[in-house]
Design a protein around this ligand. Structure first.
Ligand SMILES: [Zn+2]
Length: 183
């Protein structure tokens, strides 16, 4: 998932307005932020699959995206925010782990239980629904975004421009459409 992660971040902000927005937004993308350097270091492997949705194959992402490592990274990411209080630290851990949960429906059996585990998870919507996955993610964006909008309108603690924030996420989602990416 891509824009869906950020929509989940907005929803988390709406649930926990005291948690810093920048922290939540880094948190929801944290596993992918690890994935980039891990590929460069050779710890993880990705290959391009032109014409086959979603255009790439995540051959080995056990260090950033396995269930156990996702829990470890989420715990560590949350711990970075302990000085904001336990509540905020917990929200940050949830933000980071939400990435694993939201990747799960899209990824085709490439999310290991732990590094080098034989067992891999993923419901594979990217492969099974080469166009439909985009609409599934749109529903996720709409659900989280709608919750954020609803809460932001009733609160003066956060989200002074909730429509704009949601629009940015929708634009991200539009830019990640299957009509653009699998050429
Ligand atoms: Zn990911």
């Amino acid at each position: 998932m891509y824009a869906g992660h950020f929509a989940a971040g907005l929803a988390l902000k709406a649930k926990a307005p005291k948690a810093p927005t920048w922290g939540i937004l880094i948190g929801v993308g944290f596993l992918d932020l690890l994935f980039g350097p891990f590929v460069l270091l050779g710890l993880e492997q990705v290959s391009l699959t032109p014409g086959v949705s979603p255009g790439f194959s995540l051959d080995h992402i056990d260090w950033s995206h396995s269930l156990v490592m996702s829990l470890v990274w989420s715990g560590l990411f949350g711990a970075l925010f302990l000085r904001w209080g336990r509540g905020v630290a917990a929200v940050m851990a949830v933000a980071a782990f939400s990435h694993f949960l939201l990747d799960l429906p899209m990824h085709p059996l490439d999310m290991a239980l732990w590094p080098n585990s034989e067992v891999h998870l993923g419901f594979g919507l990217w492969r099974a629904l080469p166009v439909g996955w985009w609409f599934v993610e749109l529903v996720v964006v709409a659900a989280f975004g709608g919750y954020y909008l609803h809460r932001a309108r009733r609160s003066d603690e956060f989200g002074r421009r909730p429509v704009l924030a949601l629009l940015v996420v929708l634009l991200l989602h539009a830019s990640n459409s299957p009509w653009l990416s699998v050429l």
